[in-house]
Ligand binder design. Structure first.
Ligand code: BG6
Length: 441
């Protein structure tokens, strides 16, 4: 890999602290980064390199529970550039700063609110920061727009300055180990592959519930809500991996083509089938007693693909629920089902119906499980955080675990009828107590 620099916009934000900085640190600690790899942060208010080092040390301590090793932090040679996203001259300052570093690749990581995204991308382009020496990559965090039209506008704007090959749209769920395993499992086990269609599968449900609420992300969440935050990105991406028509090889191009074909086959969601809820203390937390932002959303979707006709595809997400639980469940009828468990207890479980032992005249049937867990099967093999994978793949320029512009548009297209309906009224919003297992009565 080439000597590189990560330039992080939003380095003092929540995501950088929780995920990006600890992941970069871990990669440096494990010697997995090219040498040298520099870390440059930008912030509106002046901040010096020492303050950034302290920020990294605190982030590492909070994420790992262990004190950070100062030598590892120093190896990233952290530095700061003061940059107001609205000032052209500040980008010139950034350019001068980057020119002093001996690198062959620049990675701009935008961990910033959607409102400033367009401005930053425009200035990066106008000031020539979209060109090398060597490859230049733009890493962007979701949500990509707020609806179909705004996503299209953002994609058009970005395309003025960056080629699709330069843009890496992060969806960290794709980088979770169990998500990466979906295609391997499907491709390597013909047993399942041959029955992977509506003739044998009665339904697919993807659930991602969290126990946490919005954790102080008031400004972000009020405008976003569960449908945009989790379903548009993570859950529709998982759905596409679960159902896509397996390509002959799992190359980035072929997988993206197959994902897109699947996403395009899904009919726009029917608002009548959509459920939304909000946890009880939410309005107080955001200080808006008429907020209609959903913290729970559930949709039932259908695909027009020949293999999936009539199969209900459920996607469900909620905050402040009873359990942290992310899984894909493929139902074969009766108690027979296959689960991909992302968290907790990552693994794959096959539920089977078997005869319960005994001498009774009837044949009592019970559902029992064949379980693969990473913890048992691969104990001692580390399970890196998804963000470590994201950063490494970005350094390598590998697009497999990122979302393409067309996938993003196809996802918004599926959700658009619900977004429109939910904007027009909110009388179906269910208020649920925190810690609910399900929100429906
Ligand atoms: C993020 C969402 O993308 O994913 C958050 O913006 C959510 O609202 C988070 O809490 C969940 O990620 P994970 O990896 O903890 O399941």
């Amino acid at each position: 890999m080439r000597p590189s620099v990560f330039i992080i916009f939003g380095i003092t934000g929540d995501l950088a602290r929780r995920k990006v900085l600890p992941s970069l640190y871990n990669l440096a600690k494990d010697g997995l980064l090219p040498e040298p790899t520099y870390l440059v942060g930008t912030s509106r208010r002046p901040m010096d390199a020492q303050a950034l080092k302290t920020e990294i040390a605190e982030a590492v301590q909070a994420a790992t529970g262990q004190p950070a090793n100062q030598a590892v932090i120093d190896s990233l040679q952290p530095s700061m550039v003061t940059l107001d996203p609205a000032k052209a001259e500040d980008y010139r300052g950034l350019k001068d700063h980057l020119e002093q570093l001996q690198v062959e690749q620049r990675l701009f990581y935008l961990s910033i609110p959607p409102e400033v995204y367009g401005q930053v991308v425009n200035y990066l382009g106008e000031q020539g920061l979209n060109q090398g020496p060597g490859p230049v990559r733009l890493l962007v965090e979701k949500p990509f727009g707020t609806d179909l039209a705004s996503a299209q506008a953002l994609i058009d704007l970005t395309a003025k300055h960056f080629t699709e090959d330069q843009i890496m749209r992060i969806d960290h769920y794709l980088a979770k180990e169990t998500a990466q395993n979906i295609l391997t499992f499907r491709a390597r086990n013909p047993l399942f592959n041959r029955i992977w269609n509506y003739r044998h599968i009665t339904g697919v449900t993807i659930t991602a519930t969290e126990t946490i609420g919005i954790e102080g992300r008031v400004g972000f969440y009020e405008h976003v809500g569960a449908l945009r935050d989790l379903i548009q990105s993570h859950l529709l991406q998982l759905l596409s991996l679960t159902l896509l028509d397996l390509p002959s090889e799992l190359s980035s191009q072929q997988v993206h083509d197959a994902k897109l074909q699947l996403l395009k086959s899904i009919l726009p969601a029917n608002p009548v089938e959509a459920v939304r809820g909000q946890y009880e203390s939410y309005r107080k937390e955001v200080d808006n007693d008429i907020s209609a932002t959903e913290t729970y959303a559930a949709l039932t979707l259908f695909s027009q693909d020949n293999d999936w006709q009539g199969v209900p595809l459920r996607v469900i997400t909620g905050k402040a629920m009873a359990q942290k639980h992310t899984e894909i469940c493929v139902y074969f009828g009766g108690g027979n089902q296959l689960q991909f468990r992302m968290q907790p207890d990552e693994g794959i479980r096959l539920s089977l119906e078997v005869k319960k032992p005994g001498l009774s005249e009837q044949e009592p049937v019970e559902t029992t499980n064949m379980d693969f867990t990473y913890e048992h099967a691969f104990s001692g093999v580390g399970n890196p955080d998804a963000y470590e994978r994201v950063l490494l793949d970005a350094l390598r320029g590998d697009h497999l675990l990122f979302a393409t512009d067309q996938e993003i548009l196809a996802s918004w297209n599926i959700l658009q009828p619900v977004l429109t309906a939910w904007q027009q009224h909110s009388d179906d919003l269910i208020i649920y107590p925190s810690g609910s297992a399900d929100i429906r009565p």
